[in-house]
Ligand binder design. Structure first.
Ligand SMILES: *[C@@H]1O[C@H](CO)[C@@H](O)[C@H](O)[C@H]1NC(C)=O
Ligand SMILES: *[C@@H]1O[C@H](CO)[C@@H](O)[C@H](O)[C@H]1NC(C)=O
Ligand SMILES: *[C@@H]1O[C@H](CO)[C@@H](O)[C@H](O)[C@H]1NC(C)=O
Length: 449
């Protein structure tokens, strides 16, 4: 059933610049000329081969660029210098810690002067996603944040592996006194995995610290230092598949804000999110909804005893089962020369004298390659500094949108999706209990319709 749900949404991850971009699944791997299967289930090169590239659906295990190993760090998220748009990032995780889609912005608290990162979502866009360039293979991952508010607006802090193991904290903007915790194994939908946790004092007005303590045998969700949920691996045995349905593969950290309540979405999704989004909401400021992230910290745990250790720099899958024992730690590092590169053929950086690449393979998943949504993004830019900051924030704070982000990739479409007979909504399973992946894929796919 899940396979059906996922492949259904994948159908919509078409690509504007190459409408014929091949779709990928476990049963249908990508072809050799566009070998990488993106998170969105479509084949391409370049960014398709970086974070989120699914090795079990790509042309070969070497098509995807191996994932940079876990790095213990504390990110203050007070500048965008550490953030690169997905259509610019070529895989050098030693220089860039976060990849972005959409419109992140820097917010300065007027009273403390403290800066933090806003994920913004204005009308006609599908929000903002930040993904870590380093993976975590067990560790304690924490984030301090305050969520967006309003019907249909969802804030998320999740871990997502390339084979779609997933661990979630999700906030629905109509219920700011709870956070939904969830987990998935290889993208398999299980409606019993979700669990609502109480957020004392609400998630919007005050910042809280949320932590995931992820070990090979146990997974704990913490809020402000209190353990609020615990999962044991041994409780997740699936006798049908003969494995534990427990998140067990290296995952990226993803922070996001997205519109589950788009009118084009499936009714179950909209209902789950508390209704359709009001684009004239008092919860918006400067023309956008926003979630504020002020810190992410990562404490890496040792790789599991018995892990295949052939090096210390990257994670690479060795077998199509996609389980914990099929991940090797290797010394292989790949930085693409350009967005035409792949894990096997990273290519050279183009020289200025080179003709413009004419490759017709899709290079930026869910995005653009010289077409589409950039122009729309301009109008979606957050108002510049000095405008009123946010409903929940004191007056006078400054918001600075990354100017360079203006040329970056935007998931936001221009509303065309609404008129499309194949709106992503019709492809999403009722959202209740569904994975973030399914909805991210469906919604972020909108921009290319
Ligand atoms: C969690 O709360 C939401 C409302 O925010 C509700 O729709 C959902 O059914 C709850 N889920 C569980 C598992 O209790
Ligand atoms: C067990 O795994 C199979 C195959 O992946 C899946 O279809 C099924 O839903 C899983 N069972 C549960 C209870 O999650
Ligand atoms: C993988 O998980 C199994 C339990 O499913 C465990 O026995 C084994 O030690 C783990 N191996 C690695 C390398 O993590």
């Amino acid at each position: 059933m899940v396979g059906a749900a996922l492949s259904a949404v994948f159908v919509f991850a078409a690509f504007a610049a190459s409408a014929t971009a091949a779709k990928c699944s476990k049963d249908s791997h990508c072809p050799s000329d566009s070998p990488c299967c993106s998170l969105y289930g479509e084949c391409g090169v370049g960014a398709f081969c970086l974070g989120g590239c699914d090795p079990l659906m790509s042309h070969s295990f070497d098509s995807c660029v191996p994932g940079p190993v876990c790095k213990s760090a504390k990110y203050s998220l007070d500048s965008l210098s550490d953030v690169q748009s997905i259509d610019k990032y070529l895989g050098d995780a030693s220089k860039i810690n976060w990849q972005s889609q959409g419109m992140p912005a820097i917010y300065t608290d007027p009273s403390s002067g403290k800066k933090s990162t806003l994920l913004t979502m204005s009308k006609g866009t599908v929000g903002t996603l930040l993904a870590s360039t380093h993976y975590v293979w067990y560790g304690k991952i924490c984030s301090k944040l305050s969520t967006a508010q309003g019907k249909g607006v969802v804030t998320a802090f999740i871990l997502m592996s390339d084979v779609k193991d997933e661990i979630d904290f999700e906030w629905v903007g109509v219920d700011t006194s709870h956070v939904q915790s969830n987990f998935y194994s290889q993208g398999v939908t299980n409606y019993k995995n979700g669990n609502n946790l109480t957020v004392q004092g609400g998630s919007t007005l005050t910042e809280h610290e949320y932590c995931l303590d992820w070990k090979p045998d146990t997974l704990d969700w913490y809020i402000d230092g209190s353990k609020t949920r615990s999962l044991e691996r041994k409780s997740t045995w699936n006798s049908t598949s003969g494995r534990f349905d427990y998140p067990q593969t290296p995952a990226r950290i993803m922070l996001s804000l997205w519109p589950a309540g788009l009118s084009t979405n499936e009714k179950g999704t909209i209902d789950w999110a508390g209704g359709e989004i009001d684009w004239n909401s008092p919860y918006m400021a400067n023309g956008y909804y926003f979630a504020r992230f002020s810190e992410v910290s990562v404490e890496c745990y040792d790789p599991p005893s018995g892990a295949q250790k052939k090096g210390s720099k990257s994670y690479q899958y060795t077998d199509e089962r996609g389980t914990n024992d099929t991940v090797a730690i290797t010394d292989k590092q790949v930085i693409l020369g350009s967005l035409l590169g792949t894990g096997e053929k990273p290519g050279d950086a183009p020289k200025s004298s080179d003709p413009k690449p004419t490759g017709n393979a899709a290079t930026v998943p869910g995005g653009i390659s010289g077409g589409g949504s950039r122009a729309d993004a301009e109008s979606a830019a957050p108002a510049a500094a000095s405008s009123t900051p946010g409903v929940n924030a004191p007056d006078g704070n400054q918001i600075v949108g990354g100017a360079d982000q203006q040329n970056g990739f935007y998931q936001g479409g221009n509303g065309n999706s609404g008129s499309s007979s194949t709106g992503a909504g019709s492809t999403v399973e009722p959202r209740l209990g569904g994975s973030v992946l399914a909805i991210v894929v469906a919604i972020f796919g909108l921009c290319v319709l």
